[in-house]
Design a protein around this ligand. Sequence first.
Ligand SMILES: O=C(O)CCC(=O)C(=O)O
Ligand SMILES: [Mn+2]
Length: 222
Amino acid sequence: MNDCATHAAEALARQRPRWLAAGLRELELPGAALFVQEQAWPAPRADALFARLRAEIDWQPLRLRLFGREVLAPRLACWIGDADAVYRYSGTRFAPLPWTATTAWLRDELAARLGIACNSVLANLYRDGNDAMGWHSDDEPELGPAPLIASLSFGAARTFRLRARERGNATRLAIELGHGSLLLMAGRTQALYQHALPRRRRVLAPRINLTLRWIEAGARSR
Ligand SMILES: O=C(O)CCC(=O)C(=O)O
Ligand SMILES: [Mn+2]
């Protein structure tokens, strides 16, 4: 292992006991570090969080650059965070909007419960089962070599899929992300796997997903 990988493995070894003690469960996926808590915010709290997030966030159509063309993503989104947490994704530069009361509250909850520091959040609103997210890894340089991503879901349950990036490796995993659930992706998860949220046409209800992240200081000014 190189220095970065060693550092990431040590950080994970320190954090794992705290996350397990807080009620998270570790999922089996070779080389990855995935932790889930189905009812991190049980109803009725999850209902209130969904309603507040839907009302507070400035949901916007998301224009992505794909093969040199601008296309509209099948979902609404908003990038929120500290003023200097600028993020580049799919050819687009996102300057963050300020934290809303509820996103800031959730950020502080993650810090208090799990010792996780985040300076930004990508909020996605899937209006119904026709909205989706394609295969990708959250491996932009500003996320560092071993990104820690906390994914919070509210509203309709949807299937979150992971697949190995390595050619010929058929390893896959499907996780049902329900109302009030928390998923942590850490360590080598982004390096080894892609993830996606496929369409599910029978789902008529909306879903909000927040991925809280840390944008590294050194990469921010680029
Ligand atoms: O909606 C989800 O569960 C996935 C979101 C995601 O992968 C992202 O925002 O990068
Ligand atoms: Mn992602």
